[in-house]
Design a binder for this molecule. Structure first.
Ligand code: FES
Length: 177
């Protein structure tokens, strides 16, 4: 680990100035001694500027920038499902399978998504367009069953709604994002 650390690139080498400014905005929200509190926001920024995923090098660089142990960044990144720890497709579908969603039919929703995309959880379609992830409660239980796609919540899902959503994603060309 120490050899790797010497070859470690800094956050300013890994991310553009615009991203660093956003990290600084997160840091400024907290007192100087509370830099650690900026870790969630900083990791989100890092992910956003790295094709939507966090490499180990990037997590280390965020931790170094915030002057916290690498482990503190890993703990956050591995706890919350909004962080992608492997490369993902252009679109990420996060399906909630927690209790409210489960009671209101998430199993059927998952089946339809897997059938339409021909992938399982944690997998990406062969054209690299969609990654499917299983997530815990997203705080939208009143709209269960639900999923989140590219930061937009889709609630009260039915298999038919899933078809419409998947058709919409597959119809998008890559440049539209
Ligand atoms: S259980 Fe699915 S959003 Fe809460």
């Amino acid at each position: 680990m120490s050899e790797q650390a010497s070859a470690q690139k800094s956050l300013t080498e890994l991310l553009p100035a615009e991203a660093i400014q956003k990290v600084e905005t997160w840091i400024a929200k907290y007192p100087a001694e509370g830099k650690r509190s900026a870790v969630m926001g900083s990791l989100m920024v890092a992910q956003e500027y790295n094709s939507n995923y966090l490499s180990e090098e990037l997590m280390d660089a965020v931790a170094d920038y915030l002057e916290i142990p690498h482990m503190a960044a890993y703990e956050v990144a591995t706890f919350y499902t909004m962080y992608n720890l492997e490369p993902v497709g252009e679109h990420v579908i996060n399906v909630c399978t927690n209790i409210s969603c489960m009671l209101r039919g998430s199993k059927e929703i998952v089946s339809r998504l897997q059938e339409r995309l021909n992938i399982g959880f944690g997998e990406t379609t062969t054209d690299n367009k969609v990654t499917l992830k299983e997530v815990e409660c997203q705080g939208a239980c009143a709209g269960a069953p639900m999923c989140e796609i590219d930061k937009i919540f889709h609630e009260n899902l039915t298999p038919e709604k899933v078809d419409t959503i998947v058709d919409g994603i597959l119809a998008k060309n890559s440049k539209e994002g």
